[in-house]
Write a protein that binds this ligand. Structure first.
Ligand SMILES: Nc1ncnc2c1ncn2[C@@H]1O[C@H](COP(=O)(O)OP(=O)(O)O)[C@@H](O)[C@H]1O
Ligand SMILES: [Mg+2]
Length: 234
């Protein structure tokens, strides 16, 4: 059986989806059988990040029993992916009730299942965090993000989801809270600090994830460090 890890955050815009997709590509390049899952039901973004056809079979289709995860997982830029539907029609009556079964199927097929969880503490976010064995918290170095991460952390602990640590993204600003201070506030190990990197936006524009298009960028190197830490060799 594989392991399931969700990437969670208190707020959107911290780079959760970007990190999930690129971490999946990095793990796959290390030979680890990995699938990335676009669990952000209302804010799906993997088809855009991966530059694939928005009509690709999606997690939404799986949740609505229109297809199976076996049919819906695609391969793009070197990673297996279950993308989310980006159309509003796919949100009508969507329910995450079937998520844990889909996750179970995926952990039977892959060694690591990385799930991009919705931000915040709504039903979908809590259901997904409860279904996953462990969680990585993604945040930015500002007080809003830290405050909201504390709430996500409290919920993860209550659910019994193992907290692997935090990733501080988009660092390098003049008013950043230092990472050792964030570590003290959260009492969670900081796995990585990733700097603001212009190529990330370029990769979004091009529909080619930065790890695939620019494996030597500072962002990609940090992502590879996280991948090595996850598999226990870093
Ligand atoms: N390290 C970074 N440097 C520069 N831009 C980044 C970085 N990480 C993410 N971004 C950009 O920030 C925005 C939000 O990222 P995204 O992954 O969509 O966040 P989330 O999934 O948390 O809402 C995107 O435009 C993305 O390209
Ligand atoms: Mg996102």
């Amino acid at each position: 059986m594989g392991v399931s890890v969700c990437l969670a955050s208190g707020k959107d815009g911290v780079g959760r989806s970007t990190i999930t997709v690129n971490l999946g590509i990095a793990l796959s390049s290390l030979g680890v059988s990995t699938v990335v899952v676009d669990g952000d039901i209302e804010g799906a973004s993997f088809s855009i990040l991966l530059g694939v056809d928005p009509d690709t079979p999606s997690l939404h289709d799986c949740l609505a029993c229109k297809t199976t995860s076996e049919n819906a997982v695609i391969e793009a830029h070197g990673v297996n992916a279950l993308v989310g539907g980006i159309g509003i029609e796919q949100l009508v009556d969507v329910s995450v009730n079937g998520f844990s079964n889909i996750l179970k199927e995926l952990t039977e097929r892959f060694d690591i299942v990385l799930v991009d969880s919705p931000a915040g503490l709504g039903t979908e976010a809590v259901t997904i965090m409860n279904s996953c064995q462990s969680v990585i918290l993604v945040l930015t170095p500002d007080i809003n993000s830290v405050t909201n991460t504390l709430k996500t952390l409290a919920v993860a602990k209550k659910l019994g989801t193992t907290v692997l640590g935090g990733i501080i993204n988009r660092t390098g600003g003049q008013y950043d809270i230092p990472s050792d201070k964030i570590e003290d506030l959260l009492r969670v190990k900081i796995i990585s600090e990733i700097g603001e990197e212009g190529l990330v936006r370029q990769s979004l524009q091009e529909g080619v994830p930065i790890y695939a298009g620019n494996p030597d960028s500072s962002f990609s190197k940090k992502i590879m460090d996280v991948a090595n830490k996850l598999i226990g060799s870093g």
